[in-house]
Design a protein around this ligand. Structure first.
Ligand code: ATP
Ligand code: MG
Length: 265
């Protein structure tokens, strides 16, 4: 972590999101420090992705505010978008396009200069070891390869803050290790990272601090060691289950996210 780790780079104040009369995110107050990896944990449906969508300006809060890099997520959404990258929960890539074509397309949406963008794409493809498949359609990639493209898609404009929503879900052990090491490297290069994951060992290995959300409310926030010692637990999994219980979190509404309608790439 960098020296200025004590400064909050993300701050939410009573951040709330309602869908009809259902409150998905309920008055949360959270801080992410500059230069840290912040592990954002919670059971299925707890509200993690909804918080990330608000902080990345994809959806507006119903109540409350938040700043990212000092900018208000609603009033200064354009400024926020320039300094953040998002590795979304579901991969959005054009299957018929190659890695280079996908990345050039998304890079141009950021308004990046074509020549600079080309260099950046090559550098990022090298970083995730995909130069060899740069011109192959991503529809033919393995899940691990697609996720590596998805990750660098979020890095095209070299953002200060990176939101990663379950970046290791559904990957094989090799890809998981690769992505975890990449997250550490990106953080060592100075990026603040907000990471969601259901893998407790992963959160423990990577996070400087952890926030746990349940039923839309923050129920704990501390370092992994702090959480374990406070609750007298050996592992983060024990902490998590002690705080959130062992009951399954089945719920369903008539709302069907677009990604489920469209499938995933
Ligand atoms: N657009 C929407 N309309 C209605 N309900 C929604 C919408 N988006 C999310 N929800 C609901 O809000 C709750 C929180 O969802 P969210 O996706 O934020 O959970 P999560 O913590 O990311 O879960 P997971 O671990 O399964 O990814 C869920 O009950 C979900 O069904
Ligand atoms: Mg989610």
């Amino acid at each position: 972590m960098r020296a200025n780790q004590l400064e909050a780079i993300i701050e939410t104040k009573n951040l709330t999101k309602r869908f009809g009369d259902f409150t998905a995110v309920d008055h949360i107050n959270l801080q992410t420090m500059d230069g840290e990896i912040f592990g954002f944990l919670g059971p299925n449906g707890a509200g993690k992705s909804t918080v990330i969508r608000m902080l990345t300006t994809l959806s507006e809060p119903s109540e409350g505010t938040a700043t990212v890099g000092g900018y208000d997520i609603v009033a200064q959404a354009d400024r926020v978008r320039k300094i953040i990258g998002l590795v979304a929960e579901k991969i959005i890539l054009y299957p018929r396009l190659s890695a280079v074509e996908n990345l050039m397309f998304f890079g141009e949406l950021y308004g990046l200069d074509r020549r600079q963008l080309r260099d950046r794409v090559e550098k990022l493809l090298t970083m995730v070891q995909l130069q060899k498949f740069r011109d192959t359609s991503v529809g033919g990639y393995s899940s691990g390869m697609r996720q590596r493209v998805n990750i660098i898609r979020g890095l095209l404009h070299d953002p200060e803050i990176l939101f990663m929503d379950e970046p290791t879900a559904m990957l094989d052990p090799q890809s998981i290790r690769f992505v975890r090491d990449l997250i550490k490297e990106l953080n060592q290069d100075g990026k603040t990272i907000v990471l969601t994951t259901h893998i407790m060992e992963e959160a423990d290995e990577l996070s400087h601090r952890i926030g746990i959300i349940d039923h839309g409310k923050i129920i704990a926030a501390d370092t992994p060691a702090g959480l374990k010692s406070k609750l007298g637990c050996q592992t983060l999994e024990e902490v998590f289950l002690q705080l959130t219980g062992k009951a399954l979190r089945d719920s369903a509404s008539n709302h069907v996210p677009m990604r489920r309608v469209m499938g995933r790439v």
